[in-house]
Design a protein around this ligand. Structure first.
Ligand code: PGA
Length: 251
């Protein structure tokens, strides 16, 4: 049985002060929701303050990115060991990082290795563009992303990782994949690819989230699909109604 996992990806939103004020508002209610794992992934500078504000709760903390090297001349980057005092998770290969900051499958693979080495659980994002979707390329493209991301890992390492299937056409657009559409890609393409690489038993252990315009109103339908194990939530995780979204996700 896979425990659903809802992670809030705040992207480039909220100063450290705003982050703390928000978390103080929602932490008590979120902490009381059973049967779901919850995490916030704020901008780097809010991470230490949020680690403090979340102490004593079950709510986890994640970063939105990191570099794979241990230290050195990599201006503007952060190493895994800088996150581990505060974070349990790190989002890797988000489509915005791939589109705007040149993230490659090869780099994502190296980052997953570095995250696991340091005991961070990677949330690895995959997903097709609107053009690819309309051209019927979703299965091959997403399957290829999964293969490239997890090439060279053991089944035990794979089982620790979380995958987020986020169709790019559904991110921040208000256009959500239906539970049937998302469940089909997650079950057949994402979990199916994991199964062909690592075996069915491992595939059944991996948590696979859906991401893309998840809101309080559609969370129950999406999470009701047996292959969807939670959500990576952008815009809707910035609002107090995120509590309602998480509550509706426990089905
Ligand atoms: P959204 O973003 O919920 O605002 O669509 C999801 C994501 O990019 O992780």
């Amino acid at each position: 049985m896979r425990t659903p996992f809802i992670a809030g990806n705040w992207k480039m939103n909220k100063t450290a002060d705003e982050a703390v004020a928000f978390v103080r508002e929602v932490r008590h209610a979120l902490n009381q929701i059973e049967g779901v794992d919850i995490a916030f992934c704020p901008p780097y500078l809010a991470i230490p303050a949020l680690a403090d504000a979340l102490k004593g709760t079950k709510i986890g903390l994640g970063a939105q990115n990191m570099y794979f090297e241990e230290s050195g001349a990599y201006t503007g980057e952060l190493a895994p060991s800088m996150l581990t005092p505060f974070c349990q998770y790190v989002i890797l290969g988000h489509s915005e990082r791939r589109a705007y900051f040149g993230e490659t499958d090869e780099g994502v693979n190296k980052k997953i290795r570095a995250a696991l080495k340091h005991g961070l659980t990677p949330i690895v994002c995959v997903g097709e563009s609107l053009e690819q979707n309309e051209a019927g390329e979703t299965h091959d493209f997403v399957s290829g992303q999964v293969r490239a991301a997890f090439a060279g890992f053991t089944a035990v390492e794979m089982a620790i990782c979380v995958i987020a299937y986020e169709p790019i056409w559904a991110i921040g657009t208000g256009r959500t994949a239906t539970a049937a559409q998302a469940g089909q890609i997650i079950g057949v393409t994402v979990r199916g690819t994991v199964a062909s690489m690592f075996g069915e038993e491992t595939a059944q252990q991996v948590r696979i989230q859906y991401g893309g315009s998840v809101k309080p109103g559609n969370a129950a339908e999406l999470m009701g699909h047996p292959d969807i194990d939670g959500a990576l939530v952008g815009g809707a995780s910035l609002q107090p109604s995120f509590v309602e979204l998480v509550r509706n996700s426990v089905v």
